[in-house]
Design a protein around this ligand. Structure first.
Ligand code: DGT
Ligand code: CA
Ligand code: CA
Length: 573
């Protein structure tokens, strides 16, 4: 069984963390982090690529040396270098680093002064108020540490959707090899495109005398068979992730799919309707007395209940049942509606590919436009550009535009919102850009009042067009900063500012509920990958899933607009 991309990425991340704690060369550390990021975002399996003899050093951010290391990991399942590093520094210190806001310096200081070796030591010390007494740590840091530990503890059990996809796709391909299989579908939170998933649910129908459960439990990636029956089996994969497989009869496949897709709250809501209409609804079908009146397809069940078909992404009992009854469901945006991307980086700052390479990759996807939005100078870690360098960047984009036909590059920037709410580029440069994307990168720990004031002030700048990753969260890793999103949205509405839905599966920011709220306020959304490589541009689908969970229709999403329509929807400068 080939090793999964996210496992390889984890190995490189841990190496980077350990090297960081050991004060190693920053350049080297960054190359590991970049490689982890590239691999984590890849749609194809690196292990498969090794097997097929493909040249990994062609991947962005992966040189000959790292390519060699990846091959070792694929062949041996681990890397000797990591074992050596772990001997020098306890592995748990790198876990502690994952607690947001704790860099290697702080981790080392706590290790030395408070003998903190593991997350549980840190929790105990922070609870006892010992952390805030160290130099450089305040009460606020201590509080953040405790909150973040709580988040990590609860988050550990849920996997991000990209990681689940990497587990699900090869498993489904494997299940399809069984000759007796007829239908197969995912269900549960994964089918609803939720940002994180606790366990994967799969539903099948098959011919009689099937050995599908044997086939399933023999899958190479299975670590433990938790339960095995004729209609349901549960296994634990090597990555400690559980999969439920249920086999149902063709006659109730739709009813079962509906039931096991959930959400539970949605199921309860539609069951109420069934009861009111004197039906009984369960995973075997919709019944009047003993007679099954629907069950073969989901649509059939919905229709019998007097409801329009409800897409899985909407099934959260957030008003979709009412809307289906009144024929008021949104016509959800689709991937094929997307004509471009509004947030991407190039080699000019921390991207892995040149402007031209990014343009060609976007064109290959079928896009009509791509905004190149490199960082501004305050974001030093990403090599942000100053005013002078930006003027050159503008020229470079113009040149690339002349060279490449069939796609339009938009001149953009991801402008840092400074602590006082001013923007990190002068108006004279902002004026020359087609798309001004603004974001918070530093001073994430301000009070809610200050953070909100800062954002609102930035939005008063007439060149502010798109607010990127507005909550600043990293799923399972970093909480959103404190900000009054209601006020931010009101301002966005008033100033005609677009909010970003960052499509990267580790951000998905805004979240689904906030996307829906923005739509209800009449705010338009830009779905954007924040791509740092040509591969990253392919992450758009995750943003789409979240957009659909937020009830967005084509018209709510500015990526569905043509270039000329965009001019009308982007804030006039
Ligand atoms: P998660 O936590 O990410 O695995 O989320 P789900 O929604 O996949 O939850 P899961 O795997 O526990 O169950 C899959 C679906 O089965 C769930 O969405 C709805 C259905 N289901 C499970 N338990 C119940 C229940 O007690 N009542 C009802 N009505 N439905 C249930
Ligand atoms: Ca599940
Ligand atoms: Ca389940």
């Amino acid at each position: 069984m080939p090793i999964h991309n996210n496992k390889i990425a984890d190995i490189f991340s841990e190496i980077a963390d350990l090297l960081d704690i050991q004060d190693e060369n920053q350049f080297r550390i960054r190359s590991y982090r970049n490689a982890a990021r590239t691999i984590d975002g890849l749609s194809q399996s690196v292990a498969e690529m090794v097997k097929e003899g493909k040249d990994l050093s062609k991947l962005s951010g992966i040189g000959k040396d790292l390519a060699q290391k990846i091959e070792t990991i694929v062949k041996k399942g681990s890397l000797p270098q990591l074992k050596k590093l772990r001997k020098k520094t306890p592995q748990s210190l790198s876990t502690i680093m994952k607690v947001a806001g704790l860099g290697p310096k702080k981790v080392k200081a706590m290790n030395k002064k408070l003998n903190i070796k593991a997350l549980k030591d840190l929790k105990r010390a922070a609870k006892a108020g010992k952390v805030s007494q160290l130099e450089g740590f305040g009460k606020k840091t201590e509080k953040n540490i405790l909150e973040n530990i709580g988040q990590i503890e609860s988050g550990e059990k849920r996997k991000k959707i990209l990681a689940v996809k990497q587990l699900a796709e090869p498993l489904i391909a494997y299940l399809k090899k069984d000759q007796s299989l007829k239908d197969i579908s995912t269900a549960g939170s994964y089918r609803r495109k939720k940002e994180t998933v606790k366990d994967l649910d799969i539903l099948v129908t098959h011919k009689s005398k099937s050995k599908i459960m044997d086939h399933f439990t023999k899958y190479e990636d299975v670590k433990k068979v938790i339960a095995k029956g004729n209609t349901k089996s549960t296994v634990k994969l090597r990555s400690d992730f559980n999969v439920d497989l249920r086999s149902v009869a063709k006659s109730n496949y739709g009813a079962a799919l509906l039931y096991f897709t959930g959400s539970k709250a949605h199921n309860i809501a539609i069951r109420k309707i069934a009861v009111a209409k004197k039906y009984k609804l369960n995973e075997y079908g919709l019944f009047k007395g003993k007679k099954r009146v629907a069950g073969k397809t989901e649509a059939e069940v919905y229709h019998k209940l007097g409801l329009k078909y409800i897409a899985p992404e909407l099934r959260e009992n957030r008003g979709e049942v009412e809307a289906a009854k009144k024929n008021k469901l949104p016509k959800l945006v689709k991937l094929k509606d997307i004509k471009g991307d509004f947030h991407a980086h190039s080699k000019s700052t921390d991207g892995k590919n040149t402007i031209e390479e990014m343009a060609k990759a976007a064109k290959k996807i079928g896009y009509k436009y791509l905004a190149i939005t490199d960082h501004t100078k305050n974001v030093t870690v990403a090599g942000g550009l100053d005013e002078k360098a930006f003027k050159k960047q503008i020229k470079n984009i113009d040149q690339a535009n002349k060279k490449i036909k069939g796609i339009t590059l938009l001149k953009g920037a991801e402008v840092d919102i400074l602590k006082d709410g001013s923007l990190d580029l002068p108006d004279s440069v902002l004026k020359k850009l087609d798309v001004v994307v603004c974001a918070v990168h530093y001073n994430r720990n301000l009070s809610k009042q200050k953070q909100t004031k800062r954002a609102l002030k930035a939005m008063d700048n007439p060149y502010f067009q798109i607010f990127a990753h507005p909550s600043g969260r990293l799923i399972n890793e970093r909480k959103p900063y404190e900000i009054d999103l209601e006020k931010v949205m009101q301002k966005a509405k008033q100033k005609n500012i677009i909010l970003e839905l960052n499509a990267h599966p580790k951000r998905l920011d805004l979240n689904d509920a906030d996307v829906k709220r923005a739509k209800e306020m009449g705010i338009k959304i830009a779905i954007a990958t924040d791509g740092h490589s040509t591969d990253d541009l392919k992450l758009m689908g995750y943003g789409l899933g979240q957009a659909r969970r937020g009830w967005l229709a084509k018209k709510d999403v500015i990526n569905s607009y043509s270039l000329s329509q965009l001019k009308d929807v982007l804030r006039k400068k």
